[in-house]
Design a binder for this molecule. Sequence first.
Ligand SMILES: [Zn+2]
Length: 286
Amino acid sequence: MIGAVVDEVLKEMENAVNEGRKAADDYMDTETGFLMCGKCHTRKQKKISFLGVERVVGCLCQCASEEMEREREKHRAEEELLHIRQMKSAGLQDSTFFDYTFVNSDETHPCAKYARRYVEHFAEFQKNGQGLLFWGNVGTGKTFLAGCIANALMEKNIPVLMTSFPKLLNALGGLYSGEKNEYLKSLNQYRLLIIDDLGVERDTPYVLETVYLVIDERYKSGKSFIITTNLSLEELRNPADLEHGRIYDRIMERCVPVAFSGKNYRTDKGRKNVEDAAGKLRDEPA
Ligand SMILES: [Zn+2]
């Protein structure tokens, strides 16, 4: 008795579901009796055995299952994009760094190829904690190319932190010594640490000690780091005193020096921007 009721209910559900799945151009295959998709001409129904009875149930035709796969892929891509956006907002401590990408870069820059190669071979570099030292005059594109590396690696799902000593000093300023160690160790969650503009921080014993602690922690962890600085290689190789020496030694031991010289990219860019604006002023309105 109950069996019959269940059977009736199932049949009704089946009909309702099959009816709901039916599109205007679907048709019945006269040979098999299955509902066929009017678009891809594959089955929209199949036979299954349920509670000992053979039943016809709905299934995905080829075009519907392809559509579902596309939706799934779209969703996955959106999730990944969101993840990368979150990673960037945590890893780039200056909003201008977001625009420092290879897409926006000047490919004729003599150092662009090194930055690209570092990204391409990052797996090998990080194995031995190898990094880069971008050194040279102000405005030669060091920060820009370091930012390109940061963005490109994060787009490959590799966590990077790009910061500066003034920012790190600020973050460490209010912490007790135990918390300080925790904070320094927490930087090791980033597979690459980029510290922009070494040498601009104030030269006090406290600052020097903190800079040393940051570099030393990274050095001991065996993880890669990139330093940009306006200091010359000469200054880095011949430090004024022991305090600077122990910082620079660790940097020189892990980071390949890349010289940034020649034209001042920042001025060039600024000049181009002003010329661009001047051009707009000259343009006759249409
Ligand atoms: Zn179909």
